[in-house]
Design a protein around this ligand. Structure first.
Ligand SMILES: [Zn+2]
Ligand SMILES: [Zn+2]
Length: 308
């Protein structure tokens, strides 16, 4: 009885502090997370969480690739249109997973554990309102996109940087979901730093920051998945480049430097026009898309070799 009364008083007090009902929606979730403070500040959590979430979010695409070995219709959505036997596909995934695991173990884990030790954890009493959470996540994504564009462009322009930092990522000319993190240790660390810096500059609530990191991981996987699926984010929101946009970068090693959005490449004249026909015929429906963008320095890059 006393506990219920205490909880009731706390709820009223939290409501008064929020000032509007929208702020209360995320409060129970945030209260639960705050109760796990010790676990959340564990030095090994960030690297383990990042690695496991990456694997988990890649899993549907592995299932997709495996299904494609038995059900060729799925391969209509492939951008590269190169299907291979199941055994080869599994070998490719296991090899890539092992490479990423080694880099996490030797570089990302020690670096993030050190960072977690020295940083002062923030656990504000109030959860963010939904509108604040969405606003902060979008701002973080836009900022990260701009910072990554500059960093990625520099790595391609400075030969030393390309060889030492970025070349490993380009060993995958045809990408698949796991290759989003198949990069040199220096590049993996630099990406972590850019993501953390973006959240720090925006001054995110920890809950918004967690969602931003999750979305960041998902968008990178989607960029590299090798499929142009009808429900992909870039199909719903054309401001995103998506897998065809980033696959074009992996095909010709220049242009389309931004990770998620198209605007920086448009503005800087590095946009590669993409004509993709993945998923053009499915279920009797024709979804042929032809995009010919005329921008400064634009090049047509088809998913398959073509005579454009
Ligand atoms: Zn890539
Ligand atoms: Zn690149």
């Amino acid at each position: 009885m006393r506990r219920t009364l205490h909880d009731g008083i706390m709820n009223i007090s939290t409501f008064l502090k929020h000032g509007n009902p929208d702020g209360l929606l995320l409060q129970p979730l945030w209260d639960d997370l705050r109760a796990q403070r010790e676990f959340l500040t564990s030095p090994f959590l960030p690297a383990c969480y990042a690695f496991l979430i990456h694997l988990l979010l890649c899993a549907p695409f592995l299932a997709f690739e495996a299904l494609g070995c038995f059900w060729p219709r799925i391969n209509l959505y492939r951008i590269s249109r190169t299907a291979e036997p199941l055994l080869l596909c599994l070998q490719r995934w296991v090899g890539c997973c092992w490479r990423i695991f080694q880099k996490y173990l030797t570089t990302v884990l020690p670096a993030t554990a050190l960072y977690q030790r020295v940083r002062i954890p923030r656990f504000p009493e109030l959860a963010p309102s939904c509108s604040l959470l969405i606003g902060e996540v979008i701002t973080c994504l836009l900022l990260f996109d701009a910072l990554f564009f500059i960093w990625h462009y520099s790595m391609h322009r400075v030969p030393w940087l390309y060889r030492r930092v970025h070349q490993t990522h380009h060993q995958n000319r045809i990408t698949f979901a796991l290759t989003a993190q198949d990069a040199s240790p220096a590049e993996l660390l630099s990406l972590q730093m850019l993501a953390l810096s973006s959240a720090w500059v925006v001054g995110c609530h920890p809950l918004s920051e967690a969602l931003f990191h999750l979305l960041n991981t998902w968008l990178a996987i989607e960029d590299h998945c090798g499929y142009d699926l009808p429900w992909a984010i870039h199909r719903l929101l054309p401001c995103f480049g998506g897998a065809p946009f980033h696959q074009a970068h992996h095909h010709i090693y220049r242009g389309n430097y931004a990770p998620y959005f198209r605007h920086w490449d448009w503005l800087c004249g590095t946009y590669l026009g993409v004509r993709d026909e993945a998923g053009s015929k499915h279920g009797g429906r024709t979804i042929r898309r032809r995009r010919r963008k005329k921008s400064l320095g634009s090049v047509c890059v088809c998913a398959q070799a073509c005579m454009c």
